[in-house]
Design a binder for this molecule. Structure first.
Ligand SMILES: [Zn+2]
Ligand SMILES: [Zn+2]
Length: 160
């Protein structure tokens, strides 16, 4: 396929098609069948990591008018089970989903505005995976959620 085609001003369209192919590949390599709702949810999650099911439903609804919140929950459950997305559940918040999986990163959450950011483990290893006493468990993952006020909320609360 030629990289450029001067007769069509469709760079955006081709980009979207390449994008869709990459999304479809990720779904297939997780062992799942590629469906329109799965493509749409994965695309929305790529655009906005740490989204909850409601937000994702809002993002895909216009492209898939026939879809339901229940269908989005179904897609997220299959993605999570297949290891394609990670589900995080900060206390007091609905479950959030993200595509960044398998690196045991952590999260920092603002207690005021609920913004969520990724926090890396020390590069190269995951010190948090070594509990003082693993009680005989084969530990595979550790979840740390740091809570605090984000920079913007600190500035807001200091403002007169
Ligand atoms: Zn905040
Ligand atoms: Zn994350």
């Amino acid at each position: 396929m030629p990289l450029t085609d001067a007769s069509h001003d469709d760079a955006g369209l081709r980009l979207a098609a390449a994008d869709a192919a990459a999304l479809a590949d990720s779904i297939r390599s997780a062992g799942l069948k590629v469906t329109a709702p799965r493509l749409a949810v994965l695309r929305a999650l790529t655009d906005k990591p740490h989204s909850n099911a409601d937000a994702l439903f809002g993002a895909v609804y216009s492209d898939l008018p026939g879809t339901s919140l229940q269908a989005v929950y179904g897609v997220l459950a299959s993605f999570t089970a297949a290891g394609l997305v990670r589900k995080i559940e900060p206390a007091g918040s609905p479950a959030l989903f993200e595509r960044r999986v398998g690196d045991n990163h952590h999260h920092i959450v603002c207690t005021r505005c609920s913004v969520v950011h990724d926090v890396d483990c020390a590069v190269g290893h995951s010190p948090c995976l070594t509990p003082a006493d693993a009680l005989g468990f084969d530990v595979r993952a550790a979840e740390v959620i740091y809570w605090g006020l984000c920079a913007r909320c600190q500035a807001d609360t200091l403002a007169p």
